[in-house]
Design a protein around this ligand. Structure first.
Ligand SMILES: Cc1cc2nc3c(=O)[nH]c(=O)nc-3n(C[C@H](O)[C@H](O)[C@H](O)COP(=O)(O)OP(=O)(O)OC[C@H]3O[C@@H](n4cnc5c(N)ncnc54)[C@H](O)[C@@H]3O)c2cc1C
Length: 413
């Protein structure tokens, strides 16, 4: 007799959404994490439910821009060369996925799952009584150069075919929408249906509280190992062991550290990202504004103005890079005018597969173990639908949307 129908490892947005979906379905669920719910990467992101973000980071344009991005001292991308040399498999596979055919394939798969993102998250927002945390003012992407705006044309055309609503704006209309912008702007796109979350960790906390209210169990402990047998799986949790019908690995960028889960054999990497908080400056803008060339978002949110983004390839252990924080502060001032000293800063770890697609599905070696990680830049947006898919798999049935492209068994290049 198993202790639980499902043990969920990791209480970020993906794990908490999985636990709540499964508990709502009547399964007996335990959620575990050594840290408080929503305190990992899900804490510090750019707060945007980015249903428009269907173009992968991997693209021919990124490949072309790579020499410039890597050689410039003023770039949103930074790569630790020693780390890259120690992990050639991830780097080479990432680059191979920038080929046009691969990039197109990835965009179509992301678009497919993105079409279900709201249907996966909205029931959890309602269940958690968190409607007050959701802001319906769209998202604004601005370009400061003609070249960068031109480069996005194919992406916009693709979004149009998907029915994603957006308005293309000139400099005057952009300033009319966000008068606080100080950057000379070439043009912008307003994704009118995008939403944002005033406080991502509070959203997860409320989902967690609802999970507990429905009878879910919470253990603040680290999972070191899972051992799958024919009809059950043992989960090594702190210094105890529990037995479950299934386990879901939702430990974000750390999933590879769980022995026996199958995640340790997958090319899971991390794109590190940073944020700065300016507590008294949220009034400067009224919606998330992404500066494409700058590689970050400015977001008015519960804790103030958050400047969040950039990509640093340096692994999980390298110390925080003060140069990256200085970059965001400098570019933030270029976008919005002079800013005070930030009140806090943060480093987080996007869980990223080299093809920029999440891993969602049964582990290669056992259908008792479900993988749900690798949501890179889109975990807040895709956490809800991933949770619904996980609940389907935990009930032993096929989800009503295709997930073969996200299989841990896929080829990653
Ligand atoms: C700067 C930045 C901006 C971003 N902006 C956006 C955005 O605007 N919109 C969007 O959709 N996405 C955004 N993202 C991406 C998004 O934040 C992530 O994809 C998402 O948070 C990943 O969620 P997760 O639940 O997989 O991981 P996490 O939130 O990291 O949760 C994983 C949890 O697993 C736990 N854990 C680890 N190891 C173990 C173990 N052995 N046992 C038990 N528990 C364990 C950790 O403690 C952690 O709590 C952004 C990311 C960054 C860095």
């Amino acid at each position: 007799m198993q202790d639980f129908d499902l043990v969920v490892v990791g209480a970020g947005i993906v794990g908490t959404a999985s636990a709540l979906w499964a508990q709502k379905r009547g399964l007996k669920v335990m959620l575990c994490d050594p840290n408080p719910p929503g305190s990992g990467t899900s804490f510090g992101n750019a707060c945007t439910l980015a249903t428009y973000a269907v173009m992968p980071v991997n693209s021919p344009a990124v490949l072309r821009a790579l020499p410039r991005l890597l050689s410039s001292g003023d770039s949103p991308l930074s790569v630790d060369l020693m780390h890259a040399l120690r992990h050639p498999r991830w780097m080479l596979s990432f680059l191979a996925n920038c080929r046009p055919a691969r990039s197109d394939h990835i965009a179509r798969q992301l678009a497919d799952i993105m079409g279900h993102a709201d249907a996966g998250l909205n029931p959890l927002i309602a269940e958690a009584g968190a409607e007050d945390l959701i802001v319906n003012r769209g998202q604004l992407t601005v370009w400061s150069t003609k070249d960068a705006a031109e480069g996005e044309k194919a992406g916009l055309a693709f979004r149009k075919t998907l029915g994603i609503p957006f308005e293309v704006l000139g400099p005057q209309d952009t300033l009319a929408l966000e008068p606080g912008l100080r950057l000379p702007i070439h043009g912008a796109v307003h994704y009118t249906a995008a939403r944002s979350v005033r406080d991502p960790q509070e959203l997860i906390n409320r989902m967690h509280r609802r999970f507990l209210a429905l009878g879910g169990q919470w253990r603040q402990a680290r999972v070191s190992e899972t051992r799958a047998y024919g009809t059950s799986v043992e989960v090594m949790l702190g210094d105890t062991q529990v037995e479950a019908t299934r386990v879901v690995i939702a430990a974000g960028a750390h999933a590879g550290s769980i022995r026996g889960s199958g995640a340790e054999n997958l090319p899971l990497g991390t794109e590190r990202g940073y944020h700065l908080i300016f507590s008294n400056d949220a009034h400067r803008i009224t919606r998330p504004v992404g500066w494409a060339e700058g590689g970050f978002y400015a977001v008015p949110m519960a804790q103030g103005l958050r400047l969040a983004g950039t990509v640093e390839i340096a692994g999980l252990r390298a110390p925080e890079n003060r140069g990256r924080l200085a970059y965001i502060a400098r570019k933030g001032a270029a976008l919005l005018g002079p800013l005070p000293q930030p009140d806090s800063h943060w480093l987080g770890f996007r869980p990223t597969m080299p093809d920029s697609m999440p891993v969602i599905g049964h582990a290669p070696h056992s259908d008792r173990i479900i993988h749900a990680f690798g949501h890179q830049h889109l975990g807040l947006t895709l956490g809800g639908i991933t949770g619904r898919i996980v609940a389907d798999l935990a009930e032993g049935r096929m989800p009503n949307l295709p997930i073969a492209a996200f299989s841990p068994n896929r080829r990653f290049a």
